[in-house]
Design a protein around this ligand. Structure first.
Ligand SMILES: [Fe+2]
Length: 199
């Protein structure tokens, strides 16, 4: 079944610090990933597998880019879903997990910002199913660099397209805006679910 793009129009005007122009440009890119995911999955149903080849082959190229479109779709959904203009509070369990892993909430925020300075791609707060702790990891493009066995709790889009319209190259101000608008209830629910499933 074809993947369908979700509607995040409610963020326009409610997320303070991200303009309508910025958000709409970003929604457009997200819609493009959904379309490409459908295109790749469609083509994979009929392409000649016998021509698979490490150097080049249509089947092989589709397989190599499948995760880009898939993650490009679902990481953007996680990102838009963990944004909210109204102030929310993290659950005590999430705060404790972050303090246990990073020493303090402020240390964690500093770690996210330093992690964001380390990648042109994604920063993901995850629940690591191997050690049961929360981690900040980077991801290049949409599919490179994330350790296995992770549940994504918070997605932070650090691609320049996420902030260039409003902030030019000032990534630091964008990060402050992001933290002003995180939906902690969503992040807390993702943490509670991961813990219930995997602890
Ligand atoms: Fe993006």
């Amino acid at each position: 079944m074809a993947h369908k793009a979700k509607n995040f129009e409610h963020l326009v005007g409610s997320v303070k610090g991200l303009s309508e122009k910025q958000l709409r440009a970003h929604f457009g890119l997200y819609n493009g990933y959904v379309a490409k995911l459908n295109e790749i999955e469609d083509k994979l149903r009929s392409v000649d597998r016998k021509a698979a080849n490490y150097s080049f082959g249509e089947f092989s190229e589709l397989k190599r880019r499948e995760a880009v479109a898939f993650n490009g779709t679902y990481l953007h959904e996680k990102y838009f879903e963990n944004l909210n203009g109204k102030k929310t509070e993290p659950a005590p369990e999430l705060v404790k997990a972050i303090e246990d892993a990073f020493g303090s909430w402020d240390n964690w925020v500093a770690d996210v910002k330093a992690t964001a300075a380390s990648t042109p791609g994604w920063v993901l707060l995850t629940y690591n199913r191997r050690d049961g702790k929360v981690h900040d990891y980077v991801m290049y493009e949409h599919h490179i660099g994330l350790p296995v066995d992770q549940e994504v709790l918070m997605a932070l889009d650090c691609w320049e397209h996420a902030f260039m319209v409003d902030y030019s190259t000032d990534k630091g101000s964008y990060l402050n805006t992001f933290f002003d608008n995180v939906d902690w209830e969503v992040v807390s629910k993702r943490y509670a679910r991961a813990k219930a499933l995997y602890e």
